[in-house]
Design a protein around this ligand. Structure first.
Ligand code: FAD
Length: 368
């Protein structure tokens, strides 16, 4: 089929947010172009931890599950340990994102890889997108291009401020399947809290089949020397990581605050580009997918009813109905939770028996 001269929707970024949006739009018959700067699959810095709820909703195939998870182990200050039930899995984002991209293509979206968006503007009611190789036009534009979103900067959005992002560093360390089970447990995720590890964030060990993702995150305003903190964290885990081979090292930003706006007219931002990440846990996978789907539903309605200028307003309402309250409540307690070791400990104890959203919206204040 020849490509349309004007696409109904162009989506920048074939991460989870972008591909989830593309699948919904293409399935509804809209001409949908998904632009990705890398080849798919691509590596993405991520613990790759997902809940059972997410796995069921996305109907993930068994073969991308690297390791089922049954327990979360919460460490505090190197001597306190709490264990919490937490059903889910760990997987590689390369596999998960490729699965979502394939679903979008199967639904009828056009995926163009190695096509980096470098400029975008709006003229005569149409979005004009310039990539490293081509130029495209669309009636609606979805920014799904992550925390440093080129699209949003083209339309005058500022980068996230230092108090709105966390800096992270990750090492992928090959240890072997049996060794991981012996040293970290068969089906356990480990989270390490305490100011000696991260003054506003935490360290983690997320096990895949024969590799562990070892990472550390800290809000940028509280980061003195992340490399030094990470080296200390590795020393702290020295025994458990002994004999491991570092196969990948990566630093990456993670949003820790919502954007003030999530779009303008027919421009909609999803996932990390919109700051839709849990500021307490750094969980962003389900928010990327849900916001992608909500943006797509909004875009479909706007195209059908010829109300593109109202799209961002409708999208904001959809986010409010589905996601924003919990994320805002968590952002509201984040600084207090990390203020003292006693507060961190109180949060971890509450977390053993309650969801973080419930703690943030009521229990944290009630238990002070
Ligand atoms: C170290 C770390 C660990 C994490 N661990 C977890 C976890 O265990 N569980 C969890 O739920 N969340 C986790 N997160 C958060 C999660 O990874 C993100 O919230 C999620 O990836 C957001 O998805 P997205 O689709 O919005 O953006 P991304 O996954 O960042 O995708 C954006 C896509 O856009 C492409 N792109 C960017 N710029 C352009 C351009 N100019 N042109 C074309 N394409 C472009 C990129 O190549 C990429 O494919 C973690 C994050 C980090 C940094």
């Amino acid at each position: 089929m020849p490509e349309p001269r004007i696409w109904d929707v162009i989506i920048c970024g074939a991460g989870l947010g972008g591909s989830a949006a593309a699948e919904v739009l293409a399935a509804e018959g809209f001409t949908t172009l998904l632009l990705e700067k890398h080849s798919v699959p691509r590596y993405k810095a991520c613990g790759g931890g997902v809940t059972q709820e997410f796995m069921d909703g996305a109907q993930l195939p068994e073969n991308i599950i690297e390791r089922p998870v049954e327990h979360l182990v919460l460490h505090h200050l190197g001597n306190q340990t709490y264990e919490k039930e937490g059903k889910g899995a760990c997987l590689w984002r390369a596999d998960l994102d490729a699965f979502f991209a394939r679903q979008a293509v199967t639904a009828g979206a056009m995926l163009k890889e190695r096509e980096q968006v470098v400029a975008a503007h709006k003229e005569n009611g149409l979005f004009h997108i310039q990539t490293s190789q081509n130029a495209f036009q669309a009636r609606i534009l979805i920014a799904a291009d992550g925390v440093t979103s080129t699209i949003l900067r083209c339309f005058g959005w500022n980068r996230f401020k230092p108090e709105e992002v966390a800096q992270t560093v990750t090492h992928e360390i090959e240890l072997g399947e049996k060794t991981i089970a012996q040293r970290f447990g068969e089906e356990h995720l480990h989270l390490y809290f305490g100011h000696d590890i991260s003054p506003m964030g935490y360290g983690w060990v997320f096990p895949k089949r024969d590799t562990v993702s070892v990472g550390l995150g800290c809000r940028l305003t509280h980061t003195k020397n992340l490399k030094e903190s990470f080296d200390n964290f590795l020393r702290f885990l020295k025994k458990q990581l002994a004999g491991g081979k570092v196969v990948h090292r990566v630093a990456h930003m993670l949003p820790a605050a919502l954007r003030q706006d999530f779009g303008k007219g027919g421009l909609l931002a999803v996932g990390d580009a919109a700051g839709l990440v849990d500021p307490l846990s750094g969980k962003g996978i389900p928010y990327a997918v849900t916001s992608g789907q909500l943006a797509a539903e909004t875009a479909a309605y706007a195209l059908e009813t010829d109300s593109i200028d109202q799209a961002s307003k409708r999208y904001h309402s959809a986010l409010e109905e589905n996601l924003l309250e919990g994320l805002e409540a968590k952002r509201g307690i984040q600084e207090d939770v990390y203020r003292t070791e006693a507060n961190i400990n109180r949060f971890l104890q509450l977390w053993l028996t309650h969801r973080a959203t419930v703690i943030a919206s009521s229990l944290w204040h009630a238990s002070q």
